[in-house]
Design a protein around this ligand. Structure first.
Ligand code: C2E
Ligand code: CA
Ligand code: CA
Length: 641
C-alpha cells in the first residue's frame, strides 16, 4: 500500500512538473501565433504605400481634387507605419534576407525623399519619385507575400505544436484523473480500515476496561486477603502494625494496646480437634466484633492471640474495657451440641502521649504484661508497669545464661533418697536438676525448667540429666531405682523413646531400675500418644511414677487409663498430718488406693520423725523428704558405690 502511495505521489509530482512545462510551452506557442500581427503590419504598410502612391499620382496629375495636405496626411501615416517596421520581430523578419533589407532601405529612402521634396519647394517634381515608388511596388508586394507565407508556415507549425501539447495535456490530465481515482480508492479503503480499526479499538478498549476492573477487583481482594485473617476475617498482623504506627503518630491522642491470649486453647484444640478449635476462634472473633464499645481495631495476630487498639481512652477506661471484654469472651459458647467455656488473659499498656513510644516498644510492653497475666493464676488482666520491664529484662538475661549453661553442660544433678519407712532401707533415688549460677547462686528447677521449656532447650537438658543419672546409678553397688523427672515437651518429642533407650544403652543401666516421673498436667494433651509411649517404656521394663499426685486436675479416669507403677503423693498433703485429721484421712485414702490398685505409693516431703510414724501407721511404705536426706551432689553418694 505504501509503495502504491509512493508511486502515486511520484506520478503526481512528475505530471505536475510536466503540466507546468506544457503550460509554459503553450504560452510560447500562443506568443508565436501572436506574431501574425507582424504579417498584418507589413501588409498594412504595403497597402499604405499603395495609397500614398495613388494619392501622390492624383495630386501630380492635378485633375482630381487632391490637395497637398492629403498627400502629407498619407505620407505621415506611411512614415508612422514605416517606423514600426524597424522594431521587434518585424525588424528580425526584414533582416533575414538581404533583398528584404534592400527593399526596406529603398522604401525608407523614397519616403524620406518624398518628404524632403514636399517640404522643399511649392511645386516639387514628383514624377521621379512616383517612378521610384512604382518600382518599389513589386518588391513590396513580394515582401508582403513572403510575410504572409511565413506567417502561414508558422501558424501551421504552431498548430501542430498546440495539438501535440493538447494531446499530451489530455494524457497527463487522464493520468492525473486516474491517480485521483486511485487515491480516492485508497482513501476509501483507508476509511474502511480506519472504521474497522476504530471498531476494534473500541472493543479492545471495552475489554481493557473490563480487564482493568477485574484487575482492580482482584487487587482489592488481594489487598484484603493480605490485610485480613482468613479464618476470622479480622484484620491481621500487617494491618495491625500499620494502624498501630498511624495511631502513635496522631498527636494528643492516648493509645491503649490490649493483647489477648485464650486460656487453654491449645488443650481444646488438641483434645477436640482443629476444626472445633477453628469454629471456637471464629465465635470468639464474632464476640469481639459485636462487643458493645467499639474499639479502634480488633485483630488476630495468629493462633489464639488477638490484639485490640483503643484510642483516646484513659488508663482506667482501658482497664475497665479489658475487664468487660474478658467477661464477654468468657461467657459459654455453644458449638453444635457442645458447650465450651474459655477464658482469656489480657496484657494492657496505655500511653497518654504516644509520640514518645514506637510501635515495637509498645507491643513489647503489652506482651510483657500478657506474659505476666498468663503466669498469674489469679489475675488474668495485667496492666504494664515499668518494673515489669526490669523483670522481663532479667528473665531475658537468665534465658541467655541458661542457654549457655545447658550448652556447656553446667547443669548438675542432685540425688535424693527414697526410703522404706518400715525398714529404713533405700528403695530408690530421685535425680533433681541443679543450676549453680555464677552470680545468682543456686536457682530452683521450678524456675529454670519452665525457662528451658520456653526457649526450646528442655529436650537437650532432659537428655543430659537422664544420661547423667543413669550413668551415676550404674556405679551403685545395690541395684536401687533411679527416678528421673520428665517434662511435657520431652514426652511429646517423637524421639523421646529413642532418647531413653539410648541413655540405657550408653550407660548400661538395667531398664527395670529406671523410673520416669510424669505429672498429671502432662496428660492433658495428646493423652493417647502419651499412653502409647508410656506402655512402650513399660514393655521395656521401665517403671512410671505419677508425680505430685493431688495437685493437678486428676480424675479417677487418669488413674484408670494411665499405666503407672508408682504414685507420688505431693508434699502439700504431708505438711498438715499430725494436727489435721482430714489431711491424714486423705493420705490414708491414697495409701489404700495404691494397695487396691497394686501400685507403689511414695509420700513426698517427709521432714519429721512424727510424719514418718504417722505414714507408717497409715500403712505407707516408701517416703521421700529432708528427714531421710536433702538432695545431694553425686560426690556425696560414695557410700553407695
Ligand atoms: P519434684 O519432682 O516434686 O521434686 C521434689 C522437690 O521437693 C525437690 O525440689 C526437692 O528438693 C523438694 N523436697 C524434697 N524433700 C523435701 C522436703 O522434705 N520438704 C520440702 N519442702 N521439699 C522437699 P527441687 O529440687 O527444687 O525441684 C523442684 C521441682 O523441679 C521438682 O519437683 C520437679 O518437678 C522439677 N525438677 C527438678 N529436676 C528436674 C528435672 O531434671 N527435670 C524436670 N523435668 N523437672 C525437674
Ligand atoms: Ca519428682
Ligand atoms: Ca513431687
Amino acid at each position: 500500500m505504501i509503495r502504491f502511495l509512493s508511486f502515486l505521489i511520484a506520478v503526481f509530482i512528475v505530471t505536475t512538473i510536466y503540466l507546468s512545462n506544457t503550460v509554459q510551452e503553450r504560452q510560447n506557442v500562443l506568443r508565436r501565433v501572436a506574431q501574425h500581427n507582424d504579417t498584418w503590419a507589413i501588409s498594412q504598410t504595403v497597402q499604405e504605400f499603395m495609397r500614398l502612391e495613388a494619392t501622390l499620382a492624383l495630386y501630380n496629375a492635378d485633375t482630381y481634387d487632391v490637395t497637398l495636405d492629403d498627400v502629407r496626411l498619407r505620407l505621415d501615416i506611411m512614415i508612422s507605419r514605416m517606423l514600426t517596421m524597424r522594431e521587434g520581430t518585424i525588424k528580425l523578419f526584414m533582416g533575414e534576407m538581404p533583398t528584404r533589407e534592400r527593399t526596406m532601405n529603398t522604401l525608407f529612402a523614397v519616403v524620406t525623399d518624398l518628404d524632403t521634396s514636399l517640404n522643399g519647394s511649392e511645386t516639387p517634381d514628383l514624377a521621379p519619385i512616383l517612378a521610384r515608388m512604382h518600382e518599389l511596388e513589386r518588391p513590396l508586394t513580394t515582401l508582403s507575400a513572403q510575410s504572409v507565407q511565413l506567417s502561414w508556415a508558422r501558424v501551421e507549425k504552431n498548430l501542430v505544436a498546440l495539438e501535440r501539447i493538447h494531446r499530451i495535456s489530455g494524457i497527463v490530465v487522464t493520468i492525473l484523473i486516474m491517480c485521483w481515482c486511485g487515491l480516492l480508492l485508497i482513501l476509501q479503503n483507508h476509511n474502511r480500515l480506519l472504521k474497522l480499526a476504530h471498531k476494534r479499538g473500541k472493543i479492545l478498549n471495552n475489554s481493557l476496561n473490563e480487564a482493568g476492573e477485574e484487575l482492580r477487583n482482584k487487587n482489592r481482594s488481594l489487598h484484603y486477603a493480605a490485610h485480613h485473617d482468613s479464618l476470622t476475617a479480622l484484620p491481621n498482623r500487617v494491618l495491625f502494625w500499620g494502624e498501630l504506627e498511624t495511631a502513635l503518630q496522631t498527636p494528643d491522642c492516648s493509645v491503649s494496646l490490649l493483647l489477648l491470649d485464650l486460656d487453654e486453647f491449645k488443650t481444646i484444640n488438641d483434645t477436640m480437634g482443629h476444626d472445633f478449635g477453628d469454629v471456637l476462634l471464629h465465635q470468639v472473633s464474632e464476640r469481639m466484633r459485636r462487643f458493645d464499645v467499639k474499639p479502634q481495631m480488633f485483630c488476630r495476630l495468629g493462633g489464639d492471640e488477638f490484639a485490640c487498639l483503643l484510642l483516646g481512652k484513659t488508663a482506667e477506661d482501658s482497664q475497665a474495657y479489658a475487664h468487660d471484654l474478658a467477661i464477654d469472651i468468657a461467657a459459654p459458647y455453644q458449638l453444635s451440641d457442645r458447650r465450651v467455656e474459655i477464658g482469656c488473659s489480657i496484657g494492657l499498656v496505655n500511653v497518654p502521649t504516644p509520640s514518645v513510644d514506637d510501635a515495637q516498644e509498645l507491643f513489647k510492653r503489652a506482651d510483657i504484661a500478657l506474659y505476666r497475666a498468663k503466669a498469674s493464676r489469679s489475675d488474668r488482666i495485667c496492666v504494664f508497669e515499668p518494673f515489669m520491664q526490669g523483670e522481663f529484662d532479667d528473665r531475658t538475661l537468665l534465658e541467655s545464661d541458661l542457654r549457655k549453661a545447658i550448652g556447656q553442660g553446667e547443669i548438675e544433678v542432685a540425688y535424693q533418697v527414697q526410703v522404706c519407712v518400715r525398714t529404713d532401707e533405700l528403695r530408690g533415688i530421685e535425680a533433681l536438676a541443679r543450676w549453680n549460677h555464677p552470680t545468682r547462686g543456686h536457682i530452683s528447677p521450678n524456675i529454670f525448667i519452665p525457662i528451658a521449656e520456653d526457649i526450646g532447650l528442655i529436650r537437650e537438658l532432659g537428655q543430659h540429666i537422664l544420661t547423667k543419672a543413669c550413668a551415676e546409678a550404674v556405679t551403685w553397688a545395690t541395684p536401687l531405682k533411679i527416678a528421673v523427672n520428665l517434662s511435657t515437651m520431652q514426652m511429646q518429642s517423637p524421639e523421646f523413646i529413642s532418647v531413653v533407650s539410648e541413655a540405657i544403652r550408653v550407660t548400661g543401666l538395667k531398664p527395670n531400675r529406671l523410673e520416669l516421673e510424669v505429672t498429671e498436667s502432662m496428660l492433658l494433651d495428646k493423652r493417647e500418644d502419651i499412653v502409647i509411649a508410656l506402655n512402650d517404656l513399660r514393655r521395656f521394663g521401665i517403671t512410671i511414677a505419677l508425680d505430685d499426685f493431688g495437685t493437678g486436675y486428676s480424675s479417677l479416669a487418669v488413674l484408670r487409663d494411665i499405666p503407672f507403677d508408682t504414685i507420688k503423693l505431693d508434699k502439700s498433703f504431708i505438711r498438715d498430718i499430725g494436727h489435721d485429721k482430714e489431711a491424714e484421712a486423705l493420705v490414708k485414702l491414697v495409701i489404700d488406693l495404691g494397695q487396691t490398685m497394686n501400685k507403689f505409693i511414695i509420700i513426698e516431703g517427709v521432714e519429721t520423725v512424727e510424719q514418718k510414724e504417722i505414714i507408717r501407721k497409715l500403712g505407707g511404705h516408701i517416703a521421700q523428704g529432708y528427714l531421710f536426706g536433702h538432695p545431694v551432689p553425686a560426690t556425696e553418694l560414695a557410700h553407695l558405690r
